[in-house]
Design a protein around this ligand. Structure first.
Ligand SMILES: NC(=O)C1=CN([C@@H]2O[C@H](COP(=O)(O)OP(=O)(O)OC[C@H]3O[C@@H](n4cnc5c(N)ncnc54)[C@H](OP(=O)(O)O)[C@@H]3O)[C@@H](O)[C@H]2O)C=CC1
Ligand SMILES: O=C1O[C@H](COP(=O)(O)O)[C@@H](O)[C@H](O)[C@H]1O
Length: 475
């Protein structure tokens, strides 16, 4: 292949496979996807649209798949369909309006509470009806429960699923649950939640989703780091001055204040999304690409993080936050935080990892900036023009670029900072980058847990200090 060409491997549609131990078995048979919390923000903006994208690419063939929405709100099938219709946009659909209508017909809504038998019995009845109509052998079908819900209701919902909605025989296939972040409020509640869910489901059935792990450039981190000779010798304390992992949003809570105010920016973004990115930037090379080996290395990073110092934390709240009617009038919940984490190991001793996250800022961006140390013996005296920097922009407009010194073109021997730029939109024209949720839901159907959070990652990522600072008054 010529140097100007790139290679795109297309996912094999229809013929999905799932991992069972070390073996792969074909993913076929009746599939019911149940979105709990179907009336909510996440379901409308991310979960149903991701399912729609998968549908448009043939991963959810109507002959096998049915989708159920479940929540307390009393609405009809059509009312749910109308709520989500406007969010179903797919560049991959040849006939968008036809596809939207056909997709919506796959969705049925069941209303019920999160802690009483009645609703879940009704849900089970509807799923079974669908399974029978698809002629699946009872119990040989697949049931995927997506908890698009606040974590406070996970335990009761999991109990209800376990009691009333599992596959009814031992004929095979599976029941899996996807749980959203934040996984609890602190170490104690995370452990309690893990034990409650762990008593009901085995680890291979539990998919703790962190959608940042499904973003294209987050998935690229391991390839970048371990498939490029350039980076191998440079990626350490001898060469790197600091690493910044930044999340900014240009909108506030927008009606989600009830949820957000209870958790704050640290639990909403830093403890999960940014910490997962940090693990991938800092971890050692795994012995293989097996999900467990990758997750082992992430856990080691978390275990090496030192306690956070007060003077290395800044908190803030945006003006107008308390004007949101869903936010309490005297809330001191931070909507902005900067925290420095330090990793106590041979590779990273002395290198600050600066994690920054904020809502309602002046732009929307998520990026990783790796700043290199100054060149020793700077004969060009170019220090003032800036350091070498490697930037990975996760969004918007995925890109990675390297800031470096070059000779200013012309007769003089002067220097200027320039960029080696790989912007995805330019380089991969015509390629649609999949949405994070789309990939991760497909991984769940295929039984691939590589990009999901393992129970011990949760435990070691809960530095008690990270949660204590959340309680500090914002000044
Ligand atoms: N929204 C987003 O962009 C993202 C959200 N998440 C995570 O997804 C989960 C759901 O988020 P989101 O959809 O925004 O949340 P919502 O506040 O929209 O809640 C989802 C649904 O849950 C039900 N619900 C809300 N509050 C309660 C409560 N206190 N007790 C019982 N049921 C309740 C409501 O349904 P009903 O009343 O009809 O039962 C609501 O429609 C959260 O864990 C969040 O962290 C993760 C990434 C992004
Ligand atoms: O998990 C969350 O993420 C979104 C931001 O997701 P992104 O993919 O658009 O970067 C954030 O708005 C929300 O508060 C949080 O719960």
């Amino acid at each position: 292949m010529g140097s100007g060409e790139w290679c795109l491997q297309k996912r094999d549609s229809f013929k999905s496979e799932t991992l069972v131990g070390n073996e792969t078995v074909p993913e076929i048979g009746c599939l019911s996807i149940i979105v709990l919390g179907a009336s909510g923000d996440l379901a409308k903006k991310k979960t149903f649209p991701a399912l729609f994208h998968l549908y448009c690419q043939g991963f959810l063939p109507p002959i096998e798949v049915h989708i159920f929405g479940y929540a307390r709100t009393k609405i009809s099938d059509d009312e749910l369909r109308n709520r989500i219709r406007g969010y179903l946009v797919s560049e991959r659909s040849a006939s968008p309006s036809k596809d939207v209508s056909k997709f919506l017909q796959l969705i049925k809504y069941v209303s019920g509470s999160y802690d009483a038998a009645e609703g879940f019995q009704m849900l089970d009845k509807e799923i079974s009806k669908h399974e029978t109509s698809k002629n699946s052998l009872e119990g040989s079908s697949r049931r995927l429960f997506y908890l698009a819900l606040p974590p406070s209701v996970y335990p009761s919902v999991c109990r209800m699923i376990r009691r009333y909605c599992m596959n009814k025989s031992n004929l095979g296939r599976w029941t899996r649950i996807v749980v959203e972040k934040p996984f609890g409020r602190d170490l104690g509640s995370a452990e309690e939640l893990s034990s409650q869910i762990g008593e009901l489901f085995d680890e291979p059935q539990i998919y703790r989703i962190d959608h940042y792990l499904g973003k294209e450039l987050v998935q690229n981190l391991l390839v970048l780091r371990f498939a490029n000779r350039f980076f191998l010798p440079l990626w350490n304390r001898d060469n790197i001055d600091n690493v910044q992992i930044v999340f900014r949003e240009d909108f506030g809570t927008e009606g989600r204040g009830g949820y957000f105010d209870e958790y704050g920016i640290i639990r909403d973004i830093i403890q999960n999304h940014l910490l997962q990115v940090l693990c991938l930037v800092a971890m050692e090379k795994p012995v293989s690409l097996k999900p467990e080996r990758i997750r082992d290395e992430k856990v080691k990073v978390l275990q090496s993080v030192l306690p956070i110092k007060d003077e290395e934390v800044v908190l803030g709240q945006y003006e107008g936050y308390r004007d949101d009617p869903t936010v309490p009038d005297h809330s001191n919940t931070p909507t902005f935080a900067t925290i420095i984490l330090r990793i106590h190991n041979e590779r990273w001793e002395g290198v600050p990892f600066i994690l920054k996250a904020g809502k309602a800022l002046n732009s929307r961006k998520a990026e990783i900036r790796v700043q290199f140390k100054d060149v020793p013996g700077d004969i060009f005296k170019c220090k003032k023009q800036g350091r070498n920097e490697f930037v990975i922009r996760l969004q918007p407009s995925e890109a990675m670029y390297m800031k470096l010194m070059v000779k200013q073109p012309g007769l003089e021997m002067s220097t200027v900072q320039s960029e080696l730029d790989l912007s995805y939109r330019q380089r991969y024209q015509g390629v649609t980058i999949p949405e994070a949720y789309e990939r991760l839901i497909l991984d769940t159907i295929r039984g691939d847990q590589q990009h999901f959070v393992r129970r011990d990652e949760l435990k070691h990522g809960r530095f008690s200090r990270l949660f204590y600072i959340e309680l500090t008054t914002v000044k």
